[in-house]
Design a protein around this ligand. Structure first.
Ligand code: HEC
Length: 120
């Protein structure tokens, strides 16, 4: 349900330091708030909402500037999806990403991969 999804979105935005002001309540009466990613496909927009939780470690739009973590932005969708599935299954060793990846369905992993692959 959309309303349930918006509640989850609101909670995610509130929990995320880089949460985009204006994302919450965008469906209100005024309609003055622009869509978060105006030109994106619905798939990438959904991925952007899920990706809010990745920002703290992976940087805004997956663009880690300081080099501690590999950049997510600019990687192919296939590579991102493969990494996340490998973390989720435990095939790929990790400190934290296995726990994180386990929290997402296969469909959500595809949305996350689509979102970060679309970032430059
Ligand atoms: C608490 C910090 C943290 C958060 C939050 C986090 N990551 Fe990670 N991520 C890491 C670390 C650290 C690594 C390196 C592997 C490891 O040690 O777990 C990594 C590695 C990755 C990689 C592999 C990159 C490569 O090219 O090797 C991908 C893909 C990835 N993360 C995606 C995500 C996505 C998508 C999210 C949000 C759902 C996310 N991460 C949230 C810390 C984080």
């Amino acid at each position: 349900m959309l309303s349930k999804f918006l509640v989850i979105l609101a909670a995610t935005a509130a929990l995320t330091a880089g949460g985009r002001a204006g994302a919450v309540g965008a469906d209100g009466a005024g309609g003055a708030t622009p869509a978060p990613v105006a030109s994106a496909t619905p798939e990438i927009s959904k991925g952007a909402r899920l990706a809010a939780t990745c920002v703290a470690c992976h940087g805004t739009n997956g663009d880690t500037k300081e080099g501690a973590l590999p950049r997510l932005a600019g990687q192919s969708r296939q590579a991102l999806s493969a990494s996340l599935h490998a973390f989720k299954s435990g095939r790929r060793p990790s400190t934290i990403m296995t726990q994180i990846a386990k929290g997402y369905t296969d469909e959500q992993i595809e949305l996350l991969a689509a979102y970060f692959a679309a970032q430059k």
